[in-house]
Ligand binder design. Structure first.
Ligand code: ZN
Length: 339
């Protein structure tokens, strides 16, 4: 009852990349880089276990960027042809590569990292992959012509990758779809179809992470325009509840998302975000327990998983460690209370 997990990313240790900077370049290369990534993953697995996190992850230590970390291994993408594009409905400008031919996955992308983590923890293991819609919002198209078609092509590659990860003993495969929160009509028209294609045939748990983003300035500015109640999820949760995905995330710590929207996910497990990633204040266990307790009005404890609002990557290592401990301790408090 009330398992704990994290949304995905954790800070890179200083030997691996410059701390407190999103998508910082690697400080190592070649075999040293692989060793450094593995060392970093071990550190974070240990911290998660010690904090009482039940479903652990590599904290994205094997990738620089949550989308490009997958795309770097995919054929059909021209990385010399960079395009400046407004992404997440023009919330940010980003330099993105261009799809110039049918996309193809020549081999496993995240298998080595997953195999390494599987060998070093007895806890359940989660691996995150970028969702098809978010990939298509983070890349320029000079081949497919329709975003929905390009997303379906990526969904097929993601499904192959996910099936291999499942065979390696991964317990939860999560698709990160922050774009679901920017293109609500597209989610209903084709986004959920591509998500269903990406998880087709999987028997492990599947999750979709949607969010209001990392605690960076562009997101803080955007959230200030959304009014006193953030009801975006209301437009997509019914479609997600009808999808084949097992778990859906939403942020509940210091957010203006009405908790009643959880009621739209009555057939899903709900990843309740109880850690604010936009603040360097470390929550107390009591605060985490209070956030989870409030959500219990709309989801029973058997379907609730305690989680972070989003990734912890931009924070300092000490703050991220503190937030992991608070999450584990807060969930334990509530479990004890519920007997
Ligand atoms: Zn997120």
């Amino acid at each position: 009852m009330i398992e704990t997990t994290i949304a995905g990313s954790l800070p890179k240790p200083s030997w691996l990349a410059e701390p407190e900077k999103l998508w910082a370049p690697w400080r190592l290369e070649g075999a040293d880089l692989v060793q450094g990534q593995r060392d970093a993953a071990l550190v974070w697995i240990k911290h998660q276990e010690d904090a009482g996190i039940d479903i652990v992850s590599d904290g994205e230590q094997f990738r620089k960027h949550f989308v490009h970390g997958f795309l770097e291994s995919i054929e059909g993408i021209d990385w010399q042809r960079m395009t400046t594009m407004g992404i997440r409905d023009n919330r940010y400008e980003a330099q993105v590569p261009t799809v110039t031919a049918a996309v193809r996955r020549p081999g496993s992308v995240h298998g080595d990292g997953a195999r390494f983590c599987r060998a070093h923890t007895r806890n359940k293991l989660k691996v995150t992959l970028p969702g098809p819609m978010t990939i298509c919002d983070t890349i320029a198209d000079a081949h497919y012509g329709r975003r929905a078609d390009m997303a379906m092509a990526f969904a097929e590659l993601l499904n192959d990758e996910a099936r291999e990860l499942e065979a390696l003993g991964v317990d939860v495969i999560q698709f990160d779809e922050p774009a679901f929160n920017a293109f609500m009509a597209d989610v209903r028209e084709w986004g959920v179809d591509t998500l269903n294609r990406a998880i087709e045939g999987l028997t492990c748990k599947t999750a979709v992470h949607i969010c209001y983003g990392y605690g960076i300035q562009q997101n803080i500015d955007w959230k200030a325009t959304l009014g006193s109640e953030w009801r975006q999820y209301e437009e997509i949760f019914p479609a997600l509840n009808a999808s084949r995905v097992d778990q859906v995330s939403l942020e509940c710590a210091n957010s203006r998302v009405p908790l009643s929207l959880i009621g739209l996910l009555k057939d899903k497990q709900v990843l309740v975000g109880a850690i604010d990633v936009a603040s360097t204040d470390v929550e107390t266990p009591e605060q985490v327990a209070a956030t989870l307790r409030a959500a219990l009005e709309f989801v029973d404890a058997e379907r609730m998983v305690a989680c972070t609002n989003c990734g912890l990557a931009p924070l300092s290592r000490a703050v991220a460690e503190g937030k992991l401990k608070a999450l584990g301790a807060g969930a334990a408090l509530l479990r004890a209370e519920l007997g």
